[in-house]
Every structure is written in C-alpha cells, then in structure tokens.
Design a protein around this ligand. Structure first.
Ligand SMILES: *Cc1c(COP(=O)(O)O)cnc(C)c1O
Length: 430
C-alpha cells in the first residue's frame, strides 16, 4: 500500500519511507491511499483472537507490502507488552485504561511501536529530537532507550513539567539526553523546528521527530480500539459510543480508522478542554484557532491540532457526514467537579484528561447506547492536582517511586538556537 501527501497528492511514498521521513513536502501529512476493510465474519474472528495475534493481523492489512508477518509479530510482542483493561464506572459507561505501560500514558503504544520499526529500517545513525510538555517526552525516551544507532534529545520547559513527569525522561541516561530551558513549550517547539531547518546540522545528524505526525504511531493505536470492543459483551456491539480526550487528534484518528475497517462502534465524540478549535469548527464550519490556554489537562492544550487533516481524509474516503461526529468541551471547573463526583459517587479516580471525556460522554449518551471513555493517563501522573480535588492521598505506582529517587541528568541551556545546536554537535556527533 502507498501513502500520499495530503497537501500534494502527487507525492506518493511507501510506509517505510513515510515512517523514516515523518512529514512530506509543504508540511503535508501522509495518508494511506486505500483504507483496508474486514467483513462482518472477519471482524467476528478478529474479536475472538488474543490481543497480540489480532494486532498483527490488523497491522498487516496496512503494512503487508513493506513488512513481513514475522517482523510485525516481533514488534507487536515487544511494544505491546502491558495490559489494557476496561473498567466499569457505572451501568452505562466503562473506561478503557490505556495507561499501564512504562510511562503510564497511552502514548506508550504508538511510541514503542514506532521505535521498534525505526530501529530496524533505519540505516543511519539517527537523532530523535522532541519537544515535550510532559507525556510525549517520557514515552519517546523509554521507547528508544538503549537502542544502538538512535539517540533521543528531549527539550522541555523547566518548571512547566511536573517533577513526576520530568523524572520519567531525565533519569535514563545512555542514549537519552534531556535539555531544559527557562521558557515555555512553544519556545521548545520553535527550537526543534529551527533545528530541522538547519542544513549544516542536518548534514551532520539525521534528525527525526517521533511525534504523532508519524503515521506508524497512529496505525499502532488502532489495535487498542479492537481490544476495547472485544472486552465488551457482544450485545452492546453497534451501540458503543467512544469519547476521546483530544489534543493533537492522533488518538481520534486511530479510532476512526478502526471504525473504517469495520469495527462495530456506533459513533465517536471529540472531547476537548477550552482549547476548543475542533468543537467550534464542527459547530460553525469555521476553522478559527485561538491562543493556547493552559488547563489542568495540559497534554490537550493544543489549539492547532496536527492530525485534523487526516480526520477530514477519513470522512472523505468513507463518504461519512461530519454530522455523525459528536463533540464537546469543558473548562477546568467542570474537570474538577467531575473528578470529585466520580470519586465520591462511583469510587473511581479519573485524571483531568479522562475526566473531560467522561463528562462529555455522560451528557451525550442516548438511552440505548453504551459509553466507552478513554483513560489516557494514570492519575498518579497528576498527583498534586488530584489530591487537592479529592482530599485524599494517591499512591504512586512502583515505577514512579523508583524514578523519583534517581538523579536528574538534564542539562540546562539558554533558550536560544545556537546553544541547542552547540549541545547537539558537541554531545551527539561523537
Ligand atoms: C497526548 C495526550 C492526549 C491527547 O491525545 P491526542 O492524540 O494528541 O489527541 C490526551 N490525554 C493524555 C493524557 C495525553 O498525554
């Protein structure tokens, strides 16, 4: 199967090329030229398989021209090596816990799978340069940790990342480098973009970004939507409504791809915080991004969601109407109320991102429907804000307890490109 560049349809590449390259010319995203589909019987068979074997079959339907069954099996087995659980919150809604991976967020799925592929297909020494406001850095650092020909450089705003988040990427060492600056996430992103445009730097280092622009991350995430449905009673199929807490909209892209393959999900809800470019667009038809606002759900503080053009492509290919995509947004006050209420009514501790998805799902769910809310991060990652809301201590999982005590290895630089470049040339170009 080939992929085309959404901004320049004549530009066609293989999956191997798209994964190596990340993005096409004119900043265009790559998108599969055909969308694989399974018939009802095949879906039934897939849903009966175990997670690993089912995932290999799903991925093979996209990747079969580029990679073998054996390769994909190996990658799936080493990247999806932690559990996925659906937990009932009330009679009508379950949460899909995607946060039992090494960095306690759903980003482990896509990052780990992408790392496995890149490690095998890349024939140069590679440098992954990523700006992070928290979860991405940790997932990417862990995914590439210890790989021989790949180095990772994480750039982050000092004091704007929680200590627990920082501990997950700054304590690893070996091929993982972390750099803090006294500025914000936007400056980090600006410095990364500047590095990608620097010819001299790119001549000496092969740079790659590993963010959710990379199609391999999105395709990998399709697998857990199938797992979610397989864990629900059969009588609910076709009445399932999935609420996706969205920032860059990679997760929702994967969910819609799963549906396009034949997975019996009735509809999706695009749930956001007050950075609500997409809900406003679906309401009015106008694309009007505003300045990004900081919220309790900081991993969703995005006002220009990268993956939105892919969602438009899916609807165009499938001839779906945008009326079938539900949407909603809530502010911090409602996030706080939701976390409090669900804790004391249902005995479940939500973190801010999942609380958004849950709140909007409750409001949108119709009588005969069953709701699935995606749990994208473990509550302990947001320990400080949640403890204040529920007035109760949160117990840290083992991995965070260990990391907290390790020495932080980050280097601090001034927020200027010349210092980042100097760091890269001095430390990575050995
Ligand atoms: C990244 C992230 C999201 C948003 O996912 P997108 O694919 O960017 O829409 C939601 N919740 C958490 C915890 C995240 O880390």
């Amino acid at each position: 199967m080939k992929l085309y560049n959404i901004n320049k349809k004549s530009e066609e590449v293989s999956f191997t090329q798209a994964i190596k390259q990340g993005i096409g010319s004119n900043q265009g995203l790559f998108f599969p030229s055909t969308l694989p589909e399974f018939n009802k019987k095949e879906i039934g068979k897939l849903l009966k398989m175990d997670f690993i074997n089912r995932s290999v079959n799903i991925l093979l339907s996209y990747f079969e021209q580029d990679f073998s069954y054996k390769q994909i099996f190996k990658w799936v087995k080493s990247s999806f090596n932690f559990p996925i659980k659906t937990v009932k919150i009330n009679n009508k809604i379950s949460i899909l816990e995607l946060f039992h991976g090494p960095t306690l967020a759903f980003k482990d799925f896509g990052s780990r799978f992408m790392a496995q592929i890149l490690n095998e297909i890349n024939d140069n020494k590679l440098v992954i340069l990523t700006a992070t406001s928290g979860d991405t850095g940790a997932a990417v650092a862990h995914a590439f940790y210890g790989m021989k020909n790949i180095s990772v450089v994480i750039l982050y705003p000092k004091d704007k990342v929680s200590k627990l988040q920082e501990s997950l990427f700054s304590t690893l060492g070996r091929n993982i480098y972390s750099i803090s600056i006294n500025s914000n996430f936007d400056t980090c992103q600006y410095l990364v973009k500047k590095s990608f445009l620097d010819k001299n730097l790119n001549k000496q280092l092969h740079l790659n970004s590993a963010n959710s622009i990379n199609i391999s991350r999105i395709i990998a995430q399709i697998c857990y939507y199938f797992e979610a449905v397989s864990q629900l009673p059969k009588k609910l199929f076709n009445n399932i409504v999935v609420s996706v807490p969205s920032g860059n909209f990679g997760n929702l892209t994967a969910g819609l791809l799963a549906k396009s393959m034949g997975l019996p999900i009735k509809r999706f809800i695009a749930s956001t915080n007050i950075n609500n470019t997409v809900p406003r667009f679906l309401e009015s038809g106008y694309w009007d991004p505003k300045d990004t606002i900081t919220t309790l759900a900081n991993s969703m503080d995005v006002s220009c969601p990268n993956n939105w053009p892919r969602i438009e492509e899916i609807f165009r290919h499938k001839k779906w109407n945008f009326n079938s995509l539900d949407y909603g947004f809530i502010n911090d006050k409602k996030i706080i109320d939701t976390i409090y209420n669900v804790k004391y009514k249902n005995g479940y501790i939500l973190e801010p991102h999942s609380a958004i998805a849950y709140n909007i799902l409750c409001n949108k769910l119709k009588n005969n429907e069953y709701g699935l809310c995606l749990g994208t991060a473990h509550p302990s990652k947001f320990k400080n804000s949640i403890e204040k809301i529920i007035n109760q201590k949160i117990i840290l999982p083992k991995i965070l307890k260990i990391k907290e005590k390790l020495p932080f290895l980050s280097k601090h630089i001034k927020p200027e490109f010349k210092f980042l470049k100097e760091f890269l040339l001095k430390n990575i170009c050995k």
